[in-house]
Design a protein around this ligand. Structure first.
Ligand SMILES: Cc1cc2nc3c(=O)[nH]c(=O)nc-3n(C[C@H](O)[C@H](O)[C@H](O)COP(=O)(O)O)c2cc1C
Length: 337
């Protein structure tokens, strides 16, 4: 309540990326304090998803801690797992600013960050720095350099996998970023066959579960194609480029321009995709839900559709850090585990 009534109106007066940088600065530089506090806390693991032992089913989605700089802080907030990234092989500055926009009428965000990150090598150094008590995933993507294409794209993503796999518990393949000029999803079946052959080879020494993150805009018919790939699970789903059914005036949306929309408006469409995936992949296939979760009710919709665990991002911005504890308590009340 205090966050929504007092803190949020103040924060929302400032540039979203500036606020994020301030949070990142404190999260990173006070990391050792949070590490110490986390080491004193005791949270029994109640849920297992593949190799991931979780204290509850609520994690942080990719994009908040792109470089793995805030993990002890995020663990302190109560997340049961954190997905770092998306990380690319080469450091990448992303798109010009401004590139994050809040649209409060829809409890949503539009971002066109464009995969800004410090590159796999720097992220690995951050991952090595702290002892974590929760599982860490790393989301990897192709360096958005348009000259890296076809076979070079496979080499680029594989290099990132080789770098991060020894230092994380699962790897998420982000092939669904709407904010870069290339659309990997449009590559042909031959490319995907070679890609997964190479990725599986690089992952062999580490055996990290490979999760594929799909777009909210992906047609359900694409699940047939995905079902042939050697995946450990799916993350459903990334942001959408659609602007349908929003309350924000069109003039404001035009002013903002391109980008991936996240938050409340994603809820229905991404939940429908989970239901479709469950039908095709069966009951034992791990599904991580992402998209529009900001309350115990919206999380419950994901579990009902067939998600095993959920991730939040935009809900954290709109509801504040207390949302994590509120969700984790609700999971115990509802006996989800
Ligand atoms: C500012 C911002 C940056 C993001 N960056 C990434 C990213 O780098 N990689 C990724 O896989 N998803 C990224 N996402 C998508 C989120 O991980 C999440 O899938 C999406 O926002 C839907 O969840 P939400 O409605 O809870 O925000 C980003 C989202 C936002 C708002």
């Amino acid at each position: 309540m205090i966050y929504e009534k007092i803190v949020r109106p103040l924060l929302f007066k400032c540039d979203p990326e500036k606020i994020h940088e301030v949070v990142r600065f404190f999260g990173e530089h006070l990391g050792w304090v949070f590490s110490y506090l986390n080491s004193k806390a005791h949270h029994p693991c109640k849920l297992q998803l593949l190799n991931l032992k979780l204290k509850h089913p609520f994690g942080l989605a990719a994009g908040f801690d792109k470089n793995g700089e805030m993990i002890p802080f995020l663990e302190f907030l109560g997340f049961s797992f954190v997905e770092v990234g998306s990380v690319t092989n080469k450091a990448w500055s992303g798109n010009p600013r401004p590139r994050i926009f809040r649209i409060p009428q829809d409890e949503a965000i539009i971002n066109r960050m464009g995969l800004n990150n410090r590159g796999a090598k720097a992220v690995v150094e951050n991952l090595k720095r702290h002892r974590n008590f929760i599982p860490i995933g790393v989301s990897i993507a192709k360096t958005p350099d348009p000259s890296i294409r076809s076979a070079k794209a496979i080499e680029d993503i594989s290099s990132t996998l080789r770098a991060v796999a020894p230092h994380c518990d699962y790897v998420a393949l982000n092939l669904s970023c709407p904010n870069t000029c290339e659309k990997i999803w449009d590559y042909d079946d031959q490319w995907f066959a070679e890609f997964f052959q190479e990725i599986s080879l690089c992952n062999r020494p580490w055996k990290r579960p490979l999760f594929l993150k799909i777009s909210t805009d992906m047609p359900e018919s694409d699940f047939e194609r995905i079902s042939k790939w050697p995946l450990g699970g799916l993350i459903i789903a990334n942001t959408t480029t659609s602007r349908d059914n929003l309350s924000t005036p069109l003039t404001r949306l035009d002013e903002i321009g391109k980008g991936g929309l996240s938050g409340r408006p994603l809820l229905q469409r991404s939940t429908k995709l989970i239901t479709a995936a469950r039908t095709i992949f069966g009951t034992n296939f791990p599904i991580i839900a992402s998209g529009g979760i900001d309350s115990p009710e919206t999380a419950a919709a994901k579990f009902t559709a067939g998600a095993n665990v959920v991730q939040i991002y935009t809900g954290l911005i709109y509801k504040g850090p207390s949302i994590v504890k509120k969700l984790s308590r609700s999971s115990f009340d509802r006996d989800i585990l």
